[in-house]
Write a protein that binds this ligand. Structure first.
Ligand code: HEM
Length: 448
């Protein structure tokens, strides 16, 4: 990117001394960043617990991330702490350049849409196992319930087994590491608390069990999984990865959906159950599929309402509303100079709320994608971020969400508990509807 004499002084958003925007960000961070974008434009600086962060927002920011992100941004400063915590020298999200591209290729197959599609029966069966334990009148917190189901499903997909009793350890490790290392909203001493240390040890023990099992049972008469690919891989210079790196890759795969997919699904259930007309449309589409050959990859591809409900949830309730990065090569953007070392948040979901790309953006409208005038502006829809680190599991996540919702709406009638409406979006650290947000099982419906 050409560099000019543009200033490295950015418009600054007002905030509290020291805390900065920490309190404002706690509820619905996306709408808060949208407000700041409207006040300050596409570049502005915020303070977060004493640290200056420059926000790049709007379509041009997304296009910059997509086209030039790999040249100018680094991920090591943000995710490297988490990698070191786990003893990995090649943790995908913390890597850049050639080693990153190489590692991405290794993991592509294990995380692909096709791999999720070939495990559709297992994904449905796991949802059914949970539903079987619910009786009419049962009230369940939606986010934690979705976390369990999703993590069991991803566990079977990538490692051939559910995480079982290790679920809480995985969650403590992921959640604390994100707050300390990535968002830096919590001090480092959290990493020496007994709860965290124990969780880390147990996740390592679990990852080792999964790795050892796959070493002893290579994929001769079964489909290879992500764990097999991690074990067989060598780095870009032909050197095998260490056990710790393989184990971190395994833990990372168990982490992949427990926040992102589970939270998105919780908001999707909110959007569906709070609109009875949409619930009825979805049930009709889903029943038709189950009564005409069942839920197959081909059937899923044709489920327009369900697919659009997933897209609309990803747009309106984006759970990864900004992409944190550090500038590693200076550049100019929109008249401002970004020196090396600048901490940047690319607010990738801002265009989701700009009417030029999504008319009446605040309306949850599953039909918008079918209208002839719906312009698919490149870079405007970015729930999985953009560029070199774009979510590798985006296709798999879409299939997983559609399959889980189809199975739930087919087998059980649910209502939202009164306290769940309207939903509150907490950032903890990713946006989620909180632990009290609940549904009630009204009655059983039909078998899958
Ligand atoms: C709704 C669900 C999901 C959302 C919103 C989401 C979002 C994201 C985002 C925004 C990134 C980019 C992070 C960055 O640039 O720093 C990312 C990366 C990634 N995601 Fe997802 N994700 C979801 C589900 C999944 C699932 C189910 C999987 C695995 C099956 C997965 C695997 C990955 C991997 C491996 C990366 C790292 C890619 C890289 O660094 O090159 N994600 N995800």
């Amino acid at each position: 990117m050409q560099q000019t004499a543009a200033p490295a002084v950015f418009p600054r958003a007002k905030s509290f001394p020291y805390l900065g925007i920490a309190l404002d960000m706690r509820i619905d961070p996306l709408r808060y960043f949208l407000k700041l974008y409207r006040e300050h434009g596409s570049v502005f600086e915020v303070k977060l617990l004493g640290r200056p962060i420059v926000v790049m927002a709007g379509l041009e920011a997304n296009l910059f991330l997509s086209k030039h992100g790999e040249d100018h941004f680094g991920s090591e400063n943000l995710f490297g702490g988490l990698a070191r915590e786990l003893g990995s020298e090649a943790f995908l999200v913390a890597m850049d350049g050639v080693p990153h591209r190489h590692q991405r290729k290794i993991q592509r197959r294990g995380f692909s849409r096709e791999t999720m599609q070939s495990n559709l029966a297992a994904v449905m069966a796991i949802t059914q196992e949970y539903v079987d334990q619910w009786s009419p009148g049962t009230v369940l917190p939606i986010f934690p319930t979705m976390q369990r189901i999703v993590t069991d499903q991803l566990g079977v997909l990538i490692g051939g087994r559910k995480c079982g009793d290790y679920f809480d350890d995985l969650w403590v490790l992921l959640n604390t590491s994100m707050k300390v290392h990535i968002l830096k909203t919590h001090p480092k001493f959290y990493l020496s608390l007994p709860r965290f240390v124990r969780a880390k040890q147990r996740v390592k023990a679990f990852s080792r069990e999964v790795m050892d099992w796959h070493r002893q049972n290579p994929p001769v008469d079964r489909e290879p999984r992500l764990v097999d690919d991690l074990i067989a891989a060598v780095d870009e210079n032909g050197k095998p990865y260490s056990d710790d790196t393989v184990m971190t890759g395994i833990a990372g795969a168990y982490f992949a959906g427990m926040d992102t997919v589970a939270s998105t699904l919780s908001f999707m259930l909110y959007a569906i159950l709070s609109q009875p007309e949409l619930t009825a449309r979805l049930q009709a589409e889903i029943d038709a599929v189950f009564e005409n050959g069942g839920l197959t990859p081909e059937a899923l591809r044709k489920m327009e309402v369900l697919h659009n409900a997933a897209l609309e949830t990803l747009r309106v309730y984006t759970v990864t509303p900004f992409t944190p990065r550090t500038v590693v090569k200076a550049f100019d953007f929109e008249g401002y100079h970004f020196p090396v070392g600048t901490e940047v948040y690319i607010a990738n979901a801002i265009p989701h709320f700009l009417p030029e790309y999504f008319p009446n953006p605040e309306t949850f409208d599953v039909d918008r994608y079918e209208r002839p005038d719906h312009a698919k502006t490149p870079g405007a829809f970015a729930p999985f971020s953009l560029g070199a680190h774009t979510c590798l599991g985006a296709g798999a996540a879409e299939v997983q969400m559609m399959t889980l919702i189809a199975t739930l709406l087919r087998t059980v009638n649910l209502t939202l508990e009164p306290a769940a409406t309207p939903v509150t979006i907490y950032a903890n650290p990713l946006p989620n509807p909180g632990r009290k947000f609940a549904f009630r099982v009204v009655s059983k419906r039909k078998p899958i």
